[in-house]
Write a protein that binds this ligand. Sequence first.
Ligand SMILES: NC(=O)c1ccc[n+]([C@@H]2O[C@H](COP(=O)([O-])OP(=O)(O)OC[C@H]3O[C@@H](n4cnc5c(N)ncnc54)[C@H](O)[C@@H]3O)[C@@H](O)[C@H]2O)c1
Length: 252
Amino acid sequence: MTDIVKVAVVTGGASGIGAEICRYLAKSGSDIAIWDLNEAAMASMAAEITAMGRRATTCVVDISNQESIAAGIAKTHEDLGLVTIMVNSAGIHATGPIMEIDEATWDKVMAVNLKGAFLVTKAVVPDMEAAGWGRIIYISSSSAQTGSPDMCHYVASKGGVIALTKALAVELGPKGITVNNVPPGMVVTPMLRNLEGNGGIPGGVEAMASRLPVRKAGQPENMAAAVAFLASEEAGYITGHTLSVNGGRYFN
Ligand SMILES: NC(=O)c1ccc[n+]([C@@H]2O[C@H](COP(=O)([O-])OP(=O)(O)OC[C@H]3O[C@@H](n4cnc5c(N)ncnc54)[C@H](O)[C@@H]3O)[C@@H](O)[C@H]2O)c1
């Protein structure tokens, strides 16, 4: 591993869990390409990473759009070189009972959360094959492990990500590439607070979290530490795994 340059693409790196993953990966020696839609937040994250002594670039990428991804990978290559780590944290949440979810909303959630994971992976696999080393980590959701009412499109999209992990672990393992996912439970981020604000968390985040075995909500750093471990050389014998980091909400 000593001669592998660690360049990480972090989708959704402008906010919440993805932003913390950028910090953790930079701290463990990676240069970071942030792919997100939020230009201003990406710029401030890039400044943070540069201040930590790592290289950073930002790419306005819609992960559900292949052309947008093509432009992102081209800019990443130009600014940082070949990609050896990819973390897909970008995602959208949606709620509603099945009878109120229309086809367009179903398609949108699938396009970002599941097709996006597929498209971003396709963009980086050739680099990892060339290096003979790679780490792919998806942020899925514990709702896909337990089932969760009134969000079947979201849950199905994240279940697809867990299945994608297994399929690609088998396919890419012989090339030196590991593929894993981390399903958050309840992590305090703008997405979670937004859901809470829309009444999607009965009693609120803190009340619901107080019923978890660890009695508190998760923080982005809990997720980022797990991701940094899976991205490390030491985790090279772990693949196809779903690493639950959820305060005990679900385990098997
Ligand atoms: N926060 C939680 O409790 C929780 C629970 C389960 C799963 N998750 C998952 O964790 C991941 C990160 O969530 P978060 O809580 O940090 O949310 P967040 O909303 O704080 O951050 C998500 C980021 O993704 C970006 N994004 C959205 N759509 C995009 C697209 N099409 N292309 C590129 N970027 C896009 C947003 O601009 C934003 O910066 C998501 O995949 C989410 O589904 C979060």
